[in-house]
Design a protein around this ligand. Structure first.
Ligand SMILES: [Zn+2]
Length: 108
């Protein structure tokens, strides 16, 4: 433990990870390359909105980046308790601590 300033490193790490993930999500690699059956011409001209999962992940990432900027990163948005470094490393965009994620994350 390095005292109150100890969060800055995990914040920097998380920020980097989040920004990289955000970039790869908003500009995914050519989808037709991943799916050899998607060869019809309209595929490239039709703007396909990102699937729900991706949009939600982008929103989570943005929210986490905002929390980093505001100095609130690393605390559960539900109970305000600490997330824990391991959880933040595993899921940098997590909103809830382990205890809360079990009963807060519900669809809708
Ligand atoms: Zn919590």
């Amino acid at each position: 433990m390095k005292g109150p300033g100890g969060m800055s490193r995990i914040e920097a790490e998380a920020r980097e990870t989040l920004l990289r993930r955000r970039r790869s999500l908003s500009h995914p690699p050519n989808p037709s390359a991943a799916d050899p059956t998607a060869r019809w011409g309209d595929w490239e001209t039709t703007p396909t909105p990102p699937p729900d999962g991706v949009r939600r992940e982008l929103a989570d990432i943005d929210a986490a980046l905002t929390r980093i900027q505001e100095g609130r990163y690393g605390t559960c948005v539900n109970c305000g308790g600490p997330m824990g470094l391991q959880r933040l490393r595993a899921i940098p965009e997590a909103r809830y601590c382990v205890a809360c994620s079990g009963h807060v994350e519900a669809p809708g």
